[in-house]
Design a protein around this ligand. Structure first.
Ligand code: GDP
Length: 173
């Protein structure tokens, strides 16, 4: 493939177990593991996508399990254009904790501010769901984020989430 028009760094953040690695592997390799050990994690993956007329090369970073020890540092955040904040739709607490992730992002990122997108993962588990669409939308709206729901298991919303992050980055002046 010819040279990309853009190269962007994206990050996935959110509590351990919400499905960040699963979303990344679904997007890049189209695989899903039902019993992925959440300690394994992935460092980063590279994927090139087309958005409209443009070719965009993405380097997408996952926390590789380090979020459990809250040892993410400024070097993880450095130079990123977009951050996908992930919570688990079956865990109200994982949405509340997004507030802490936003604080950390504030501390560790410098202008120009990265684009932030909120994703509720595990939409395939309606019976276990703890977070309604309305609650997630309201949470995102007051914090100036776009909200999408997804399922790494069924693929629903995964490609859309990454593409939307890219579109927002491209739209940022
Ligand atoms: P991470 O710690 O945030 O990277 O989360 P993982 O990707 O390791 O996922 C934690 C657990 O949730 C694993 O057992 C996954 O199989 C499961 N999981 C991840 N995404 C989904 C999903 O969309 N639906 C369901 N049902 N399970 C998921």
């Amino acid at each position: 493939m010819s040279r990309p028009d853009h190269v962007f760094k994206l990050l996935l953040v959110g509590d351990a177990g919400v499905g960040k690695s699963s979303m990344l592997l679904r997007f890049t390799d189209d695989t899903f593991e039902e019993h992925m050990a959440s300690t394994i994690g992935v460092d980063f993956k590279v994927k090139t996508i087309r958005v409209g007329e443009l070719t965009v090369k993405l380097t997408i970073w996952d926390t590789a399990g380090q979020e459990r020890f809250r040892t993410l540092t400024s070097s993880y955040y450095r130079g990123c254009q977009g951050i996908i904040l992930v919570f688990d739709l079956t865990s109200q607490q994982s949405l509340l904790n997004i507030q802490n992730w936003l604080k950390e992002i504030d501390v560790f990122t410098a202008p120009p501010e990265p684009v932030k997108l909120l994703v509720g993962n595990k939409a395939d588990l309606p019976d276990e769901r703890e977070v309604s669409d309305d609650d997630a939308l309201a949470f995102a709206r007051v914090r100036g984020m776009l909200y999408l729901e997804a399922s790494a298991k069924t693929r629903a919303g995964i490609r859309q989430a990454f593409e939307e992050a890219v579109r927002r980055i491209l739209d940022t002046p």
